[in-house]
Design a protein around this ligand. Structure first.
Ligand SMILES: [Zn+2]
Length: 488
């Protein structure tokens, strides 16, 4: 029985860029076995060392999660579509009505004319617009998702918008973070964002939380808001926002993006699922690249952030059906929008029947960040600096330079003489490296030093002894040796 399996863009490098693959099988287990036989590089991304399906990879048959069917024993027929939906980092129905003041604030004559297109719609009307004016929405992150979300929420008449961010505006943000203009490069994001949002609506109250959201401050920051818009770009913050929302009973308009794929949902609604119900465990650090490493289409956060703003507005005015209980999947390459069911897990450690997480935890630890840092840390003798490399290249020492970035990155900037072998290809291209008693020393570099540290460990495990990691990568090289090249 030939069944169609849909492949999300993060996993398409392992299926020769195919968006869907037709494979034989009568059960999900057979389908996945056939799929990973056809595309063997996909196997470690779907299955753990013990052969079980990884917990951060969800599989759906049509719009049902197989965990709520017969797991991998679920039977499939030719008319079924199997979807693989991994968790992605880059980046609510308790209605907010309970939190609104008993008496709604009246609209001024200016506000009546400003919001006239809302007021004439029965779903919003005077009552809905007053609810928006009374509402307090917190955007976690003033980046790709927070930009369109906060701009539309401000324009729609939300009275109070809080922003959590601690970054300054970088030139590389402007491709998607439409809160900022070229003149804002170098400014504190929250200053520039507040100015831009007040430019839309001078009556808007913008509350700046210039800090990293942590377990120590999250409950205190979130408690004063009616709806949370999660625009985080990393897994620890995602789980932190999720747990804080569940503990406080706040709806979370969730969105995440990676390359051409987007996800949106509403978590933390009464009776509804939370992020942990879908993804009980985060992926190991480094397995799922961030947008900074893997890239993101500039307009994609525009699509997803606008959907988050739409959900926030519906939660505030109490209209329509939110995405609570559904996960929206967006494939911008095929331009397909689909929803799959998202169910509350009675065994969920946060929102389940017997919750075990009743206070905020250490999310860096939960996501394995310190453990991974300890694992990839190299002894000092396996690190070298850009200055030392420059001296050795200048005196024509016997050095062989290996670049483990992707070809698209090497097209932007290169250290002269480096051989390009992307990290993902390295294990099967080891024969291209120099070996033997007179072989040169190998110095490995990437963008910032993370991937090259992994490459050094891989080479050491394969018997290469004279191999060093270029600390700080090509960015350090450009900063300290060759500022004529362009950073990315
Ligand atoms: Zn849950």
């Amino acid at each position: 029985m030939a069944v169609t399996v849909r492949i999300p863009t993060p996993l398409r490098p392992f299926t020769a860029q195919q968006a869907s693959v037709s494979v034989e099988g009568d059960t999900v287990a057979q389908v996945l076995e056939q799929l990973t036989t056809l595309h063997s590089d996909l196997r470690p991304h779907l299955f753990g060392a013990d052969g079980s399906l990884r917990s951060f990879v969800n599989v759906y048959v049509n719009d049902d999660d197989i965990r709520h069917l017969q797991q991998t024993g679920t039977r499939v027929t030719a008319s079924d579509t199997v979807s693989i939906v991994p968790s992605v980092a880059g980046g609510s129905g308790a209605t907010a009505e309970a939190a609104r003041p008993a008496a709604l604030p009246p609209l001024s004559p200016d506000e009546v004319s400003r919001y006239s297109r809302h007021l004439i719609m029965p779903e919003v009307g005077m009552d809905g617009q007053q609810k928006l004016k009374a509402a307090r929405v917190l955007c976690v992150g003033a980046g790709g998702l927070g930009s369109p979300a906060s701009l539309y929420l401000a324009a729609a008449g939300v009275g109070t918008i809080g922003l959590v961010d601690f970054d300054t505006v970088d030139r590389s943000n402007l491709q998607r973070q439409i809160l900022y203009s070229t003149a804002d490069v170098g400014r504190r994001k929250l200053d520039a964002a507040a100015e831009r949002l007040r430019g839309i609506n001078p009556d808007l109250r913008v509350i700046q939380h210039e800090t990293r959201l942590t377990s120590a401050n999250a409950l205190d920051i979130l408690k004063d808001y009616d709806v949370i818009v999660d625009g985080a770009d990393n897994f620890p913050t995602r789980y932190l926002v999720n747990d804080a929302c569940v503990l406080l009973g706040k709806p979370n308009a969730y969105g995440s993006i990676f390359r051409f794929d987007g996800q949106a949902s509403v978590f933390g609604a009464p009776g509804g699922p939370c992020y942990r119900c879908l993804y009980p465990e985060p992926p190991p650090p480094g397995l799922v690249p961030s947008c900074a490493e893997g890239g993101v289409l500039g307009v994609l956060p525009g699509l997803v952030g606008t959907i988050q703003a739409t959900e926030a507005i519906k939660l505030i005015i109490g209209a329509g059906q939110t995405l609570a209980g559904r996960l929206l999947l967006i494939d911008a390459l095929a331009m397909e929008f689909r929803t799959v069911k998202a169910r509350r897990d009675p065994a969920c450690p946060v929102c389940g029947d017997q919750p075990t997480v009743t206070t905020l935890i250490d999310y860096e630890q939960f996501c394995g960040i310190p453990q991974a840092a300890a694992q990839t840390a190299l002894p000092a003798e396996f690190e070298t600096t850009v200055e030392a490399l420059k001296r050795r290249l200048d005196r024509q020492d016997n050095v062989w330079l290996l670049d483990v970035r992707e070809p698209s990155e090497a097209a932007i900037c290169r250290i002269p003489g480096a051989t390009l072998i992307p990290l993902g290809d390295l294990s099967r291209r080891l024969s291209e490296l120099p070996t033997g008693p007179t072989a040169p020393d190998i110095v490995v570099h990437c963008k910032m030093g993370g991937r090259s540290a992994k490459a050094v460990q891989l080479l050491r495990a394969n018997g290469f002894t004279r191999v060093q990691n270029l600390t700080g990568g090509i960015l350090a090289w450009i900063d300290r040796i060759d500022p004529t090249q362009t950073k990315y």
